[in-house]
Design a protein around this ligand. Sequence first.
Ligand code: AMP
Length: 397
Amino acid sequence: MKSIDQVNFKGKRALVRVDYNVPLDANMEVTSTTRIERTRDTVRKITGDGGIAILMSHLGRPKGQVVDSMSLRHIVPAVSKVMEQEVIFLGDVLAPDIKERVNALTPGSIALLENLRFHAEEEKGDVAFAEKLASLGNVYVNDAFGTAHRAHASTTIIARFFPGNAYAGYLLYNEDSSLQKALTHCQRPFTAIIGGVKISTKIGIIENLLDKVDNLIITGGMSYTFRKAFGVGIGTSVFEPDMVDTALHIVKRSFCKGVNLYLPVDSVCSDQFSADANVMVTEDTAIPDGWMGMDIGPKTIASFARVIADSRTILWNGPAGVFEFDRFSKGTKAMATCVAAATASGAYSLIGGGDSITAVNKFGLQDLISYISTGGGAMLEYLEGITLPGIEALNNN
Ligand code: AMP
C-alpha cells in the first residue's frame, strides 16, 4: 500500500474516498466533526501540493434512494470549517453537467460529491458506476478506514481504474500500520483485553488473537458466561447460554497455546440494572441469587493491573463493566489508567471499538494511548484476521 507521501499532487485531481458518515441533529448540523478532522492532513497534503481534492463519501443508509436528510450538502459548512477554506458542493456524480463542474475547479480547491449511496450501484460494487466516478479524477486516494471492509464501488472497485495511481491517505495508512504494529510486529509480552457484553460478537477476534498474544484478559459482561461454564453462580448477570461451549473452547485453546488467560475473580454487583441500585462487592467469583455483576471488583483490578503493567503491547476492546453508570465505571477507569501508565513506560497500546473509545474519552485519557482506532466494524474485522477489501485493492494496485 502506497502512502500519499509518495506523490506530488500538483496539477492533479485526486478523488478521495472519505468516511464522512457523521451524526447530524434535527437542524441538519454536524454534532461531531471527528471523522472530518481525521482526514484534514490528507486533504491539506493534496491542496498544499497544488492539487484538487474531490471528496466522496456516504451518509446514512439511503439504500439507493435520494433522501434529502442524508444529503452531504448539509455537511458542507462543517467540512469548510474544519478545512479552513470554502468547500464546493459538486452535487450528484451522475448529473449531466458533472464534468463541467469538475473542470471548473481550480488548483488548491476542495469539492464534495453528493452521497454515493443515493445510487444502489455504490453498495453493489458496480463496475460501471466505479468507472464513472473514476472518470472525474486522475489519482485515487482512499482515506476511509471505516468502510475499508466493504467492497463497494468507491472503496474497492474504483482502484482498478487507477493502475499504479491509487494511494492510502494518512488516516487509512496509520490505521493499517498501527494495527500491524500490534498484530504482526509486536513487542512481548502482548496482552489483549477483551470486554463488553457479548462473546458472540467477539469470538472471531478472540480466536485470531489466541495465535498471537501472551496474555488474554476477559472482562466485562461476557465473563459471566465463562463463570457459568465453570458451574459458578452468576445470579441475574448477563449470560449467553449458546456461548457456554464456546467459552470452554476458548479456555481449552488458551491452555493448549500457552496463552495466560485471566478472568475476573470478584465483582461489583447491583440488585437491578440501574444507576442508583443497591450495590455490594463479592468475596470471590460467585454472585449470589438476585444480584447481577456490573463491574469487576478490587481484587480483579489488582490482578489485571499487574498483567498490564508488565506488557509491552496492549490491545483493548470492550469495557470492564457498565461504565456508563458512574458507580460501575471504576473497573473500566482502572483498566484505562493502567493502559495509559504502561504506555508512559514504553508499551505500545491500541484501543478500538466504540465503547472503549467512549470510555477513554470519558476519563480524559485519550491522549495517553498510543493509537485509538476509529474503524468500528472495519477494525473488528481486521482484528479477526480478515483482509479488508479496501486495503487489498490498494495493496494489489
Ligand atoms: P460491546 O458492545 O460488546 O463492546 O459491549 C459494550 C457494553 O457492554 C457497554 O454498554 C457496557 O455497559 C456493557 N457491559 C459491560 N459490562 C457489563 C456487565 N457486567 N453487565 C452488563 N453490561 C455490561
